[in-house]
Design a protein around this ligand. Structure first.
Ligand code: HEC
Ligand code: HEC
Ligand code: HEC
Ligand code: HEC
Length: 386
């Protein structure tokens, strides 16, 4: 009995004593977010992640890890498009709110605007970019860390953390580094080793936060570690500040699609499902009862009715002549309608000429492995309401 109590007490005291000794350090890491500000929610596999939850989690739980550093290994910004640049700004601003200790930016992935974002929010990117730093030095109690992106420059007497984009198969020489965080997009369930270094990889698209806890000996060398993936599901409370930043972004994205810029192509070859109804009542009723007919409402609920990255699969004829453009300009083509599968129907309705054949190849334009990983034609065809 007494022994049991003593045991419980020592288990309880151990981590606290260890923290005071500064022999435990946690590295919270991300990388390879690729501008994914939040999960799209298209399938159960697409429900985890997002900057608002990441920040909510860190604010609520960061301290519980004891001394920690927060790093991003790169490949996390948007691409060099108008929308991509807006995403980059959200990512960097959120990093700044979360107080990232270091975030990597590489030359070929950076552009003038991404570097500008870093400056604007008081962060310096780690990497060989204009305005970037070769490394940052961070103190946690007695422990000094060097977090850098130049694999040739570990520092003596410090715990060295390398941020890289290189895949684990091409890491090469990492002599002198204690921990390597890559943003190659590989999924490593557990850390691997390269020489003396522990190697971890940021979870693709920010779906999970990496948590690497190191035990350090009296010389500051790693003597043990534990690792876990923190999922970011809807059980995690969002940081309202980051949510606010994303809502602002949604507004700016909506402004990118201006009705006055809609290409003028004359009479649209698309008619809209209402026009099919008069001759195909049964098909129309069947379709009405499916999720396809409500697919645009889904985007309205998600706050993204004008986001081209969502609209293209949740509407009819997007990107084609006379297809869906915006909910204000082309409301009759919102949602996944008949003509998304059968092709434009104006001529057919006039002279009954055959429609484009509809089969699996049509479905997988939208039911991609990423958005609809459970898609199986034979099962899904039962659900189209015909
Ligand atoms: C490549 C096509 C594609 C893109 C792009 C896309 N979606 Fe989807 N979305 C789908 C498909 C297909 C489904 C149905 C998946 C399934 O059930 O297998 C779906 C389903 C959904 C659902 C689930 C609806 C429900 O009732 O459960 C939500 C929410 C959603 N999408 C939101 C979005 C948002 C937000 C975006 C943009 C960030 C987006 N989608 C971009 C194809 C896409
Ligand atoms: C998700 C894709 C999809 C949507 C949306 C869709 N269809 Fe179909 N439809 C098919 C497929 C697949 C077939 C069977 C293969 C074929 O005939 O090309 C089919 C067949 C048909 C046929 C041929 C008769 C039959 O039942 O085989 C008609 C008529 C038809 N659809 C009308 C419509 C109308 C009208 C709408 C809208 C109210 C609609 N469809 C919406 C995919 C779709
Ligand atoms: C004025 C009546 C009329 C309208 C409007 C009409 N259809 Fe049809 N549709 C027909 C008739 C009649 C057939 C049968 C023709 C045949 O079997 O040759 C047919 C056949 C079809 C078929 C199956 C044969 C094929 O060509 O693939 C599809 C699919 C179809 N229609 C889709 C549509 C869609 C989608 C719309 C709306 C954009 C639409 N139809 C509007 C009268 C109409
Ligand atoms: C233009 C894009 C697009 C095409 C083409 C398309 N789908 Fe879909 N599909 C969607 C979207 C988006 C959803 C989710 C709608 C929502 O709930 O917001 C969906 C949902 C579904 C669902 C409901 C899934 C569920 O879990 O309830 C079925 C079934 C389905 N699609 C079957 C098909 C089949 C079969 C085809 C091809 C014949 C097809 N779809 C073609 C975009 C598309």
């Amino acid at each position: 009995m007494l022994r049991a109590i003593l045991c419980a007490v020592s288990v309880f005291l151990l981590p606290a004593a260890a923290f005071a000794d500064n022999s435990v350090l946690t590295i919270l890491y991300t990388g390879a977010m690729r501008g994914e500000l939040e999960p799209c929610g298209c399938s159960p596999e697409n429900l985890s992640g997002g900057l608002a939850r990441l920040s909510g989690f860190i604010k609520a739980n960061g301290e519980k890890f004891g001394p920690y550093v927060l790093v991003d290994a790169g490949n996390s910004l948007g691409d060099d498009s108008r929308q991509g640049r807006l995403k980059s700004d959200v990512v960097v601003r959120s990093f700044s709110l979360m107080k990232y200790d270091a975030a990597a930016l590489s030359k070929d992935k950076s552009h003038a605007d991404s570097v500008k974002s870093f400056k604007k929010y008081g962060l310096k990117p780690v990497g060989d970019v204009p305005g970037g730093k070769r490394s940052v030095r961070v103190k946690r109690g007695k422990l000094a860390l060097n977090i850098g992106a130049d694999s040739a420059a570990p520092l003596k007497g410090m715990l060295n953390v390398l941020l890289t984009e290189r895949p684990t198969s091409e890491l090469g020489q990492v002599e002198g580094w204690d921990v390597v965080v890559t943003s190659s997009g590989e999924v490593l369930d557990e850390p691997i080793t390269s020489g003396r270094a522990l190697v971890v990889s940021g979870y693709p698209r920010g779906q999970k936060l990496g948590v690497l806890t190191l035990s350090l000996d009296e010389n500051g060398r790693i003597s043990g570690f534990s690792h876990q993936w923190q999922a970011l599901g809807n059980d995690i409370k969002e940081d309202p500040k980051v949510r606010g930043i994303i809502s602002e972004y949604d507004g700016k994205v909506a402004e990118l699609v201006r009705d006055e810029d809609m290409p003028q192509t004359g009479l649209s070859p698309f008619l809209g499902a209402e026009s099919c109804q008069e001759c195909h009542r049964a098909h129309h009723e069947g379709w009405k009862s499916t999720r396809h007919s409500a697919a645009f409402g889904t985007l309205e609920k998600a706050g993204k009715p004008r986001d081209p990255e969502c609209v293209r699969c949740h509407s009819t004829g997007y990107g084609e002549d006379g297809g869906f453009y915006s909910i204000s300009a082309t409301p009759e083509l919102a949602g996944v309608q008949c003509e998304a599968c059968h092709g434009p129907g104006r001529e057919h309705a006039r002279d009954f000429r055959p429609m484009q054949p509809a089969g699996e190849s049509v479905c997988v334009k939208c039911h991609t492995a990423e958005r609809s990983p459970n898609f199986e034609f034979n099962r899904y065809i039962e659900g189209i309401g015909h």
